[in-house]
Design a protein around this ligand. Structure first.
Ligand SMILES: NC(=O)C[C@H](N)C(=O)O
Length: 162
């Protein structure tokens, strides 16, 4: 069984507009899974729905509590890309002995050319195969929680020192 926690971000159609307001186009992660006719057991829970710049450590603590409470050992977290590495580090440091994969998208989940379904598929595959630890699945790659940063110029995640 895969447990999916959703937290908002562009992958769920959530973004700030240039004038500072927040836009929401209400994309359901479940919709992507249904469209792909997936055939594995999963549970999905919305923990909060925020642009990731608005996520606080209290929010991260709530996520951690839910991760600890569940019997599930394979957990996918959908998350905005701006602070996905902060959340990965926050959880990774705790050594929870579960396979936890965080994933987001760069292009609005509601847009026709979104990278959301590709990223989700890659992350769902990864969460089933990786050994217990915390990872970010983006740009068709897996990054360890303690060796990742986002390159704002290229919109790609990189290993540190690369
Ligand atoms: N690509 C993204 O997810 C950016 C987004 N607005 C966020 O929540 O971080």
């Amino acid at each position: 069984m895969i447990l999916i926690f959703t937290t908002g971000g562009t992958i769920e159609g959530l973004d700030y507009t240039d004038d500072g307001g927040i836009t929401s186009s209400n994309v359901g992660i479940e919709d992507f899974l249904n469209k792909a006719n997936i055939d594995f057991e999963y549970t999905i829970e919305s923990v909060f729905k925020k642009d990731s710049r608005a996520i606080t450590n209290d929010d991260r603590e709530l996520l951690v509590r839910k991760i600890k409470e569940t019997n599930a050992t394979k957990i996918l977290i959908t998350h905005g890309t701006f602070t996905i590495e902060d959340t990965a580090k926050y959880i990774g440091k705790l050594n929870l002995n579960k396979t936890i994969v965080l994933v987001g998208s760069f292009i609005l989940g509601s847009s026709a050319d979104t990278d959301a379904p590709f990223n989700l598929g890659y992350a769902i595959s990864s969460v089933q195969l990786l050994k217990p630890d915390v990872y970010i699945a983006m740009n068709g790659q897996i990054f360890d929680w303690n060796n990742v940063s986002k390159n704002l110029e290229t919109n790609k995640f990189e290993r540190n020192g690369k």
